[in-house]
Ligand binder design. Sequence first.
Ligand code: ATP
Ligand code: MG
Length: 355
Amino acid sequence: MSRSIRLAVIPGDGIGPEVVAQGLKVLGAALPSDVRLTTTEYDLGARRWHATGETLPDAELASLAGHDAILLGAVGDPSVPSGVLERGLLLKLRFAFDHYVNLRPARLLPGTATPLAGDPRIDFVVVREGTEGPYTGNGGSLRTGTPAEVATEVSVNTAYGVERVVRDAYERAQARPRKKLTLVHKNNVLVHAGHLWKNVFDAVGREYPEVTTDYLHVDAATIFFVTQPERFDVIVTDNLFGDILTDLAAAVTGGIGLAASGNINPAGTYPSMFEPVHGSAPDIAGSGKADPTATVLSVALLLRHLGYEAQAARVEDAVAADVAARDGSVRSTDEVGDALVARVTATAPGGPVPA
Ligand code: ATP
Ligand code: MG
């Protein structure tokens, strides 16, 4: 664990800067006082694109690479054509920094409203492949715009890419109390990719005899997310299935205001990036209504990734306590951030630190 953290911050658009400000406050409160935190802000996103036409210049990509981690708010605005920032910024970062693990925990905190009936126990984590599948831009369009148009979107699956994410998922399952790993795919229809995933899953599994394994088709998985979410512990799946399943996971665990994610390069060759699952929500930007909790939980993932496990747990406990105490009264973005800072500070070793 390093005693200094060089953090790159991309506040982004809409509510991005508002929630990131709260995330940074909580990060500052959670870190031991002898850890030196330096932050560098990057002006990237819709605003920048409108001003300069740039999404992510190579010089900035190189500069980002010199950091220990990246905290991202959200980028995007309806005024930017669809795909410009996704491909030019978000996917560019993911591929350049080899973020092959997209980590999305789903935990139903006591006090959170879920659309599910009864009192389901939900505490699982989705390990979504981040650099392959249908997201590589492979494919094309013939006779574009004509009635005879043909479009292909090729899903790329390599033994190398599948093995490393499957192995990461086994490691995470092995480290959790239940030690259960579920592979989600659709290998009855997507036979080529599906068989590669299943074969690799079974082969790597022989190295983890303590981990119980399971396989589900993605359509069945969506049903079980709603009817039996307690059956899941760790899920590993491809890029597209993971995208869809994690939005569903967010919906059943109290909504997008609580969903955190990490785009992780496990080897640490490049900085990993942490961000709330939600977008820039331009409809509520500037109103003080944005819930910063998802960003704060993303900060907890960041802390854990950098080796600050105790601090990550304190941030997560602060969120759990705050959620349990929420009585439906409306608080501003800032008030939620302050409440979380107060809870993190109150549980610091040695008691509250004088301001
Ligand atoms: P993107 O394309 O960037 O993913 P999106 O269209 O999926 O964006 P979001 O920006 O995630 O949409 O927001 C969807 C809606 O959810 C917003 O309009 C907003 O009202 C609400 N919302 C999103 N994030 C938050 C938040 N942190 N706090 C409160 N409400 C939010
Ligand atoms: Mg979205």
